[in-house]
Write a protein that binds this ligand. Structure first.
Ligand code: F6P
Length: 473
């Protein structure tokens, strides 16, 4: 491989800004993704010589790499398919995601056996491939921002190759508390922490997750924490800890949510829910951590305890497919649909469906639901941030009452103006839904305004630039 060494700013993440699909005619078509990183990176402009290193996720991406098709500023890494599957599905999604979101049913899992060791070796190889690509692409002294639990080992692997670089790591998930993190085999727990500590700076979405990471470093590695808790020293190297609470992109959302396709979805949604009914809205990827099932159980309890809501409310639940390669995700998706049907069968009438569940991903329809929501239900078991909680108040037409899990990262910024719930407590969530539905209008309006202000305090562009600049401090 030729040494390029030209990029001054590099971003590395598993999922990149673009993906390819291979048509029946053998043609490749590309699709650009959205999200905080994409808009964050656009803030630095094309003159910054930035390169985004990402993984080839499917057959279309792998074919694009084979054909040398690509976008300027993006480099896709195609590791062997079996290596990628083991690294992504078996380790990143089935182990690291579970650890950080506290998702295991511990009497039965996890099982750290020989199979796991093979998968872990694939995770190491996949991280090595990223470190190698970054080492090739980075100019002398370049800044590298490594994203998420897929790439926990990259900072240390990259530093070993290129000590001249300024390396940051950003975790978009929560971080597990030490007792839970120590479910991992000791050597793996240490390898993960030492991987991230290879960075100059390790950043998180909230102080709570940064503190948990620091506590794991102390507990697992015997590392030293600075008096202010903002730096970890291990084997003579110090890694600073940062917090950047990614916010909603207010300008984009306000403009996008007033385009004609959203207006059309509003008309359609209203015809499905009824014109005057209150709407309890949730929009999630169908991830185990999102707690959609308990949300539905709480809604059922609300209808049981408060019959005055029968026929006057609809739970609009958009649950978009996620990680369908994993059986447990497929089962969860089916469980959500089953429960929605049960509630509709139990309470529905010829002219009222209590739950409107949609599983086909439609961004314009999500924005329509945001605008109409009387109540937004965001009740994750645990979540790095949860941008839905931030986006709904920004685009709400008539004010929204936010029912928010105290285990979402967004709680740190929005908790004061939300109706806060313990996500495991179905009765309390049902009560919170009732409180939210009956919140006096003036109170709801004031809360919505404060929520929208807090939600947009750190837009993606500044979130990204802050991290970049902090690497120079
Ligand atoms: O939402 C948290 C997050 O970790 C994002 O940072 C990341 O892009 C995503 O989850 C990963 O999801 P997927 O497995 O679909 O790429």
């Amino acid at each position: 491989m030729v040494e390029t060494r030209a990029a001054r700013i590099l971003v590395a993440s598993n999922r990149g800004p673009v993906s390819y699909a291979l048509g029946d005619d053998g043609e490749l078509s590309s699709r650009r993704g959205g999200g905080g990183l994409v808009s964050g990176l656009s803030a630095i402009g094309p003159e910054a010589d930035a390169v985004w290193v990402c993984a080839a996720l499917g057959e279309g991406d792998r074919e694009a790499v084979r054909r040398g098709v690509g976008e300027p500023g993006a480099r896709m890494i195609a590791v062997e398919e079996s290596v990628f599957e083991a690294a992504y599905n078996d380790i990143a999604n089935s182990v690291l995601w579970f650890v950080h979101h506290l998702l295991y049913q511990t009497p039965f899992e996890p099982l750290f056996d020989e199979d796991f060791r093979g998968q872990w070796a694939a995770y190491e190889a996949y991280n090595e491939a990223f470190a190698e690509a970054l080492a090739q692409e980075a100019a002398d002294g370049a800044h590298v921002l490594v994203q998420d639990y897929h790439l926990s080992l990259v900072p240390a692997l990259l530093r070993a190759r290129r000590p001249d670089l300024r390396i940051g790591h950003f975790t978009h998930t929560p971080w597990a508390p030490p007792d839970y993190f120590r479910l991992l085999p000791d050597d793996i727990a240490a390898e993960l922490l030492e991987g991230i500590l290879g960075a100059d700076r390790a950043a998180f979405l909230t102080r709570r997750w940064a503190d948990a990471f620091a506590a794991c470093c102390v507990s697992v590695l015997g590392a030293t924490l600075s008096d202010d808790g903002r730096a970890v020293t291990h084997r003579g190297r110090t890694t600073r800890l940062g917090v950047h609470g990614l916010g909603a992109d207010g300008d984009f959302l306000r403009e996008r949510s007033h385009r004609p396709d959203v207006a059309e979805r509003i008309t359609r949604l209203r015809s499905e829910t009824g014109q005057d009914r209150k709407l309890i809205v949730r929009v999630d990827r169908t991830e185990l951590s999102k707690n959609i099932v308990r949300g539905l159980l709480a809604y059922r309890q609300l209808l049981q305890e408060h019959p005055e809501w029968l026929s006057r409310v609809v739970h609009v639940a958009f649950a978009y497919p996620s990680r369908q390669d994993l059986a447990v995700y497929r089962e969860y998706t089916e469980g959500v649909a089953r429960l929605a049907e049960e509630i509709n069968a139990e309470f529905g009438t010829p002219d009222w469906q209590p739950v409107l569940l949609k599983v086909d991903d439609d961004f314009a329809r999500s924005l329509a639901a945001y605008r109409l929501a009387d109540v937004a239900l965001v009740n994750p078991i645990r979540d790095g941030m949860n941008l839905v909680a931030k986006e709904v108040p920004v685009v709400s037409d008539n004010g929204v009452a936010l029912v928010l899990s105290r285990e979402a990262g967004a709680f740190a910024e929005l908790g004061d103006d939300a109706i806060v719930v313990n996500p495991y407590d179905i009765r309390a969530t049902a009560a919170a839904l009732h409180t939210a539905l009956t919140l006096p209008e003036a109170d709801r309006a004031e809360r919505t305004k404060r929520l929208a202000d807090a939600a947009t305090a750190l837009p993606p562009s500044r979130w990204f630039l802050d991290q970049l600049h902090a690497l120079d401090d």
